[in-house]
Design a protein. Structure first.
Length: 306
């Protein structure tokens, strides 16, 4: 079995780029010094994330295809959270030279498939040898002539609502850490999140005043809206959906677990929300986030906290 070291940089580039399918926004894909992406709006939404082996994923828990889908999903979700349509990813891939070439190919298959699910494509990137697998992913998006939906627009009186699964990834990670093999749905949710990519367009059509991707825990991420908007967000735990599959720790997973990449938004009080959006609280005057009238003891994930 050949390794990426056997293929060399340019052999690996050729092997990987042949697996990618350019999307409609890519005017010039891999092969030149830079890619060319259409920006009909005249503005580009851009976001980037780092994924480091042992910190953001474990190769004994997730295969390369799932790692690729997860890496793409968490960046594409950030673009959607701005009310934009994802157009392209740029991927920096670092790995030990002993990494099997087939492993890298499956990683890029995952990146490519997740992009297609969101209407985007991998347009380019970089490769380098490194002691551990690291991915640096930049996602681009187009606003289609509309203003971005930011975190700073929430106003007192707005309703807070969520769209997508919450708590599944955290529950799956706990199962893996305990060496358990089920429920499979939870483990797969940790390995491969399923952001509801339609949420950005839905939120805009509903008149969302603020929107974000829930990546570090619902309470913590709502705190970002509260801080940016200069308001207080009051969450009613009884209103937050807690599926039975999450078990006894379901409420904690739903409120503080990250990496499901659901969406949380604020909407004018008179908004008629469709069933896909669950109201979980209200926006009030003040600061911070309250859970059932009290400050929560634990809010979510912090990348700089041990």
């Amino acid at each position: 079995m050949s390794t990426i070291g056997d293929l060399g940089e340019f052999g690996l580039i050729g092997r990987l780029t042949r697996r990618l399918r350019p999307g409609r926004a890519v005017r010039l894909g891999p092969g030149d010094d830079a890619a060319v992406i259409a920006a009909p709006d005249g503005r580009v939404v851009a976001t980037t994330d780092l994924l480091v082996e042992g910190r953001h994923f474990r190769r004994d828990w997730s295969g390369p295809y799932d790692i690729g889908r997860k890496a793409a999903a968490q960046n594409l979700a950030d673009v959607v959270a701005m009310g934009a349509r994802p157009t392209a990813l740029l991927v920096g891939f670092a790995a030990p030279l002993s990494t099997p070439a087939a492993w890298a190919e499956r990683l890029y298959d995952g990146l490519d498939d997740e992009c297609r699910a969101a209407g985007a494509s991998v347009a380019g990137g970089d490769l380098v040898g490194a002691p551990e697998v690291t991915l640096a992913v930049t996602a681009l998006g187009d606003l289609g002539g509309e203003p971005p939906i930011t975190r700073s627009g929430a106003r007192p009186g707005d309703v807070v609502a969520v769209r997508g699964r919450l708590g599944y990834s955290a529950a799956g990670m706990r199962l893996l850490a305990e060496g358990r093999d089920g429920p499979a749905e939870l483990i797969e949710a940790h390995r491969r999140p399923q952001p509801p990519y339609a949420a950005g367009e839905e939120a805009r059509a509903l008149g969302a005043t603020a929107l974000l991707d829930v990546s570090d825990g619902l309470l913590q991420d709502l705190g970002h809206i509260a801080a940016a908007s200069g308001v207080r967000i009051e969450v009613d735990s009884r209103a937050v959906p807690v599926p039975a599959i999450l078990g006894a720790d379901g409420p904690r997973h739903v409120l503080t677990g990250g990496e499901d990449h659901a969406f949380a938004g604020t909407f004018p009080a008179d908004t008629v929300l469709p069933p896909s959006w669950s109201p979980v609280g209200v926006v009030a005057e003040g600061a911070g986030v309250l859970l059932d009238g009290r400050e929560p003891e634990v809010a979510g994930w912090d990348h700089f906290r041990a």
